[in-house]
Design a protein around this ligand. Structure first.
Ligand SMILES: Cc1cc2nc3c(=O)[nH]c(=O)nc-3n(C[C@H](O)[C@H](O)[C@H](O)COP(=O)(O)O)c2cc1C
Length: 366
């Protein structure tokens, strides 16, 4: 591995973090959360309101929801996309809004693989029929995720060879849209994770079997994206650190991959889990994935993000002070409370990043 400066032993929630040329004003990051509300992959008024209001709530960075690198790679027809240049302009408006509120605009790019082509969760989430705008998803093999999903078509060798270029093209468009942080989605049972997991990847070619083969797609995509994404901007990768199922991808393999990703120029591993098989058993509890971020940070020597049921300011601050992660990513709690960072600052007794327009409502002013 390349020699890198040692990671800081600890930080606090409202301490800035500099990654390459980008500084987050604090360590609180909006976790990518699909809104399932785009048309033809284009951001619209819902996205502007949703992301701008959360940026105004004082976040260090916003990671915009998973955005498809190709139309077949959409989880649902309403997913954002970056597979064509026409999708850049509305996202550029979004990055300007987020940056104007003092948060770093980031975006997650991904491909859903065999879990593509499902209805919005509030419509039940089952496969969209082919005669109602659906399509046949692509996967490592032909086994569906479950009975409510389409059976995928197995990716050919030529298609696999083309995929890193497809991700790289989306990364270039993300840069043109003004994003300053890019996250590659390699978690939650979507395409890259499907290749990592021996429970899904049963290929017998150079992309299946041994660790080196199962991680090939992840590493080739990372290499292509790192080359396409400006050297002065940070690249994150989201991993599922375990499949929570016997015989699956696990923390030992994830630590090993995290070290290789670090060597490819990945700046932070966002440490999540699960999603690749329906029979997983997830022991969800407050902060249950935090130990994964800690272990990857310690053993792979790469910065990490902790995510999953982090809801309390003192809990978030303690994760950073213990050196288990470099940032916390907050999901559902930010849907309930867009101003969580401002409230957390008040609870922790530090000055909050209040928008000037809202100063008359800040604590101590009435
Ligand atoms: C509505 C919703 C949409 C989500 N979409 C994504 C996504 O686009 N990409 C992703 O990596 N995770 C996605 N997630 C997972 C979150 O990023 C996060 O990892 C998860 O919700 C656990 O964090 P929390 O307990 O703070 O919510 C989504 C979660 C929710 C609730």
């Amino acid at each position: 591995m390349n020699a890198l400066p040692p990671l800081a032993a600890s930080a606090t929630l409202f301490e800035p973090l500099t990654l390459r040329s980008v500084t987050l004003r604090n360590r609180i990051v909006l976790a990518p959360m699909a809104q399932y509300s785009a048309e033809d992959g284009m951001a619209n008024d819902w996205h502007f309101v949703h992301y701008a209001s959360r940026a105004a709530g004082g976040l260090g960075a916003v990671v915009v929801e998973v955005t498809a690198v190709s139309p077949q790679g959409r989880i649902c027809p309403g997913e954002l996309g970056l597979w064509q240049d026409g999708q850049i302009a509305p996202l550029a408006r979004l990055t300007a809004l987020i940056a104007a509120q003092g948060a770093v605009p980031g975006i997650q790019i991904g491909h859903a693989g065999r879990k593509a082509c499902t209805a919005q969760p509030w419509e039940g989430g089952a496969a969209v029929p082919l005669d109602r705008g659906g399509w046949i998803p692509l996967g490592p093999g032909t086994e569906p995720f479950g009975p409510a999903y389409h059976a995928p078509r197995a990716l050919t060798h030529a298609e696999l060879e083309a995929l890193p270029g497809v991700f790289a093209a989306a990364a270039r468009r993300a840069h043109r849209a003004g994003f300053r942080l890019l996250e590659l989605h390699a978690a939650h049972g979507y395409l890259i994770h499907q290749f990592l997991s021996p429970l899904v990847n049963r290929r017998t070619d150079g992309h299946g079997g041994a660790f080196e083969n199962r991680t090939r797609l992840a590493l080739e995509v990372t290499r292509a994206v790192r080359a396409a994404w400006p050297a002065e901007l940070p690249l994150w990768v989201r991993l599922s650190v375990t499949d929570w199922a016997a015989g699956g991808w696990d923390v030992e393999e994830a630590v090993r991959l995290a070290g290789l990703l670090r060597d490819e120029g990945v700046d932070l591993v966002d440490s999540s889990s699960g999603g690749v098989v329906a029979h997983q058993r997830v022991p969800a509890a407050p902060g249950f994935q935090v130990p994964f971020a800690g272990r990857i940070r310690r053993e792979a020597g790469v910065r990490t993000g902790a995510v999953g049921l982090i809801t309390e300011p003192a809990q978030a601050d303690a994760i950073l002070r213990a050196g288990q992660a470099d940032v916390v990513l907050l999901g559902r709690v930010m849907l309930r409370d867009p101003y969580w960072p401002l409230h957390a600052a008040q609870v922790l007794g530090v000055e909050g990043p209040w928008p000037v327009q809202y100063l008359r409502g800040a604590p101590g002013t009435v």
